[in-house]
Structures are given as C-alpha cells and as structure tokens.
Design a protein around this ligand. Structure first.
Ligand SMILES: Cc1cc2nc3c(=O)[nH]c(=O)nc-3n(C[C@H](O)[C@H](O)[C@H](O)COP(=O)(O)OP(=O)(O)OC[C@H]3O[C@@H](n4cnc5c(N)ncnc54)[C@H](O)[C@@H]3O)c2cc1C
Length: 376
C-alpha cells in the first residue's frame, strides 16, 4: 500500500508552507491537491511584507518574472462618501497574482505533490489514516480551504457557519484600457459598508486589475456586489469594463470559527481551520503562520501523534493569533443600536486619525505586530 508520514490535503499557502517547514525533517511528506498547478484562486492577492518575512523569501527574489505590485498608499471611503488618501514613506503591502504565488510556494516546498487528485474519504484505524482507500499516513494535515474534506471529517459544517462571502474578478487589461484606467497600482482603493461588515476593493497590479467585494453577514453578497459594480461604473468611473461575472468563495474569520484545530493524528491549517483576521479578512498570512506552527507541532510530537500531543498547536495558534472570541470593542459596537453605529462609523471614516492609525495601520497593516520568524 502507498504511504507517507505526513499527508497534506491542499497545496495552497497553508499546506505548502507546512510542507516546506518539514522539508529536512526526515519525515516523508506528501501534498495532494484536486487541482493541477498553477491554478487560479479567488482572492485579491493583497499581502503585507510580513508574509515574505515569514516565508523567508525576499520580495526582490519573488518579483523576478512575476506580478508583484508594491503599495505605498491607500484610498479609503465609505461607499459613496468622500474618499481620502493615506501615503506611507515606504512599501507597506504588495499585490501578487495567486496563480503564480501559490505555484511558487508549492514548487519550493520540496514535497512530493500529487496534483489533480481529490480527497474523497478518510478512515482512521490503529493510529494511522487510510485516505481514498489506498493511501496510508500517520498525520493528516487539512489544508483544503473552507470546504476541506479533513475539516468536514472532524465535524465542520460549512452551511451552519457564519462565513465571510466574497466575490471578485481579476483580469489583464489591454494596454489602451490600462492607460485609461484611473486605478493606480500603488494605491489600492477600499470602499467600506456603513456597518464595517464588508468592503469593496479595486486593486491594480501593473496590467492586472482585481475588483471585488466581501462581507460578513447572513445574507448573500450578490446584492452588495451589484451595488458596488454600479458605483464603480456610474460614479467612480474607473475606465475599465468590469467582467460580466465575478467569482465567489467563502471563508471564516478567526473570531467566528469554532472548527477544531487538532485531533488524533490530524491538524487543520489556514481556511480549513477558519483563521482569517477579523478586522480585514486577510487570510494568507494566518494561513502561512498556521502552516508553520502545525509543522512545529508535528516535529515536537516526535512520532506520537495523539490529540494530547498535537494540542500544543492550538495553544501556539492562540498565542500568535489571539483568542477566538470577538474583541471587547467588537462586542461593544454590536451592542449599539444599528443606526447609532452606522452614524458613528460614518463620522469615524471622515476622521483621518482614525483611518490612518486604526483602520489602516492596525487593522490592515498590523504595524504593531512583529512578523513570525522561526529559528532552526
Ligand atoms: C474574494 C476573496 C478575496 C480575498 N482576498 C484576500 C487578500 O487580498 N489577501 C489575503 O490575505 N486573503 C484574501 N482572501 C482570503 C485568502 O484567499 C484565504 O484565506 C487563503 O487562500 C487561505 O489559504 P489556504 O492555503 O488555507 O487555502 P486555499 O488557498 O483555498 O487552498 C486550498 C487548496 O486545497 C485544495 N483542495 C480543496 N479541496 C480538496 C480536496 N477534496 N482534495 C484535494 N485538494 C483539495 C484546493 O484545490 C486548494 O488548492 C480572500 C478570499 C476571497 C474569497
């Protein structure tokens, strides 16, 4: 029977980073993904410099032959309200194309990769897993995104969860359209809903334009996407024709996810665990950090992969990403009557100090948070 020590289900940033960390461990690590890479991923492709620091990759090295847009400004507003610009003296973010970014990380992971291979079943007996009835492993890492089959096996029920739903389109503009397009590469545009539960964005990366909208709410995001499209076409006039269809996906914020993180012989990482930052919806950095911490837990377990040994992963993740429940500030905001909260947000969003110091510097750019660097 075919087998390995660690089987990682999903070759996105969480799975490939976990494999990369285990590359010289002596463990046989294998990644399976239902897609063939390079593959597209519904995503804005906005990352902070901490992503590259944590991956141990220099932005200069990564940019060779790939889409890589440095960002030093933001344009922010409540949708339909006055917008203003915040300028930084240095690069505070980058724009990547997920098709390239994920392929780069997967190829450098050093693991054997089985592409176009969907995981359909898993069964545990005698301290090992049997996957798809033919592949045996001792540890299973669920890195298959929001609908990860390992997460489902451990009890997640995506239809019952309060997820962020988001839609986007990314395409390459022809040179004439690119010239006419008013969205600037170094200045992502963020358009917030008056309850701060969602925002739309226009993010240009050289000739590529990414436009999308995401929100945390019970109802579907389609209505907000339509409203945002209409705003861009009739009032913002970005100078580029939006594609007829946006592609959608869902994922969980750390504060709304109750998914298990570790079980006997299994760990969940990235979107499979539901880890995105609540204030911005950023999911790539927590996916990468969780991949590294899962690898650390596997190494520390030294072959004893019972839940009690792997529980250290959940503790490490909590220390790094904070507790799962909403912050006191969020709870206080949610307790306010809706119209009062909206009026407060509208006022705050006109205040440069709030937008610069809280919304952008803290909530989006984590400027008070050190990048995670593992030694050894
Ligand atoms: C519209 C939108 C915009 C976003 N924009 C941003 C952004 O700008 N910046 C940011 O930081 N985050 C953003 N996010 C969130 C971010 O995309 C995710 O948090 C991130 O991709 C999580 O990485 P991951 O490795 O956990 O999962 P993924 O990147 O989803 O990778 C999961 C992999 O598992 C594979 N897989 C799934 N099921 C199976 C199966 N049964 N068998 C085998 N393989 C399987 C998939 O093919 C996929 O390759 C956005 C999300 C959305 C929906």
């Amino acid at each position: 029977m075919d087998g390995c020590d660690v089987l990682i289900v999903g070759g996105g940033p969480a799975g490939s980073t976990c494999a990369w960390r285990l590359r010289d461990s002596g463990l046989e690590v294998r990644i399976v993904d239902k897609e063939a890479f390079p593959r597209d991923k519904v995503c804005g492709g906005w990352v902070t410099p901490a992503v590259f620091t944590t991956l141990g990759v220099s932005p200069e090295e990564y940019r060779q032959g790939r889409v890589m847009q440095p960002v030093s400004r933001f344009l922010t507003s409540i949708l339909g309200g006055p917008a203003f610009e915040t300028t930084y003296p240095e690069t505070v973010s980058y724009g990547v194309w997920r098709r390239e970014f994920d392929d780069f990380l997967l190829r450098r992971s050093g693991a054997r990769v089985d592409e176009s291979c969907s995981i359909r079943s898993m069964k545990r007996s005698n301290g090992a897993w049997l996957v798809n009835g033919e592949l045996q492993c001792r540890v299973l890492v669920g890195a298959g995104g929001h609908f990860c089959p390992v997460a489902r096996h451990l009890g997640s029920r995506p239809s019952m969860e309060r997820a962020v739903t988001a839609q986007e389109a990314e395409w390459e503009m022809d040179p004439v359209t690119a010239h006419a397009c008013s969205v600037r590469g170094n200045t992502p545009e963020l358009y917030f809903s008056p309850d701060l539960h969602g925002y739309g964005w226009c993010f240009r990366k050289s000739l590529r334009l990414n436009v999308g909208y995401g929100h945390l709410a019970q109802e579907s995001v389609c209505h907000q996407v339509e409203e945002f499209r209409t705003y861009l076409e009739t009032r913002r006039c970005i100078g580029a024709v939006l594609p007829a269809r946006f592609r959608g996906h869902a994922y969980l914020l750390r504060t709304t996810s109750a998914r298990p993180l570790a079980s006997d012989g299994a760990l969940l990482v990235g979107d499979a665990a539901g880890l995105a930052f609540p204030s911005s919806g950023e999911g790539i950095l927590p996916a990468i950090e969780s991949g590294l911490l899962a690898a650390e837990a596997i190494l520390a377990a030294k072959g004893d992969y019972r839940a009690s040994r792997l529980a250290a992963y959940a503790t490490a993740l909590e220390q790094r990403l904070g507790p799962r429940e909403p912050s006191r500030l969020t709870r206080a905001a949610e307790a306010l009557p809706h119209p009062v909260f909206r009026a407060l947000v509208t006022r705050l969003m006109r205040n440069r100090g709030f937008v610069n110091n809280h919304l952008l510097s803290q909530w989006f750019l984590h400027q008070n948070r050190e990048a995670m660097v593992l030694t050894g």
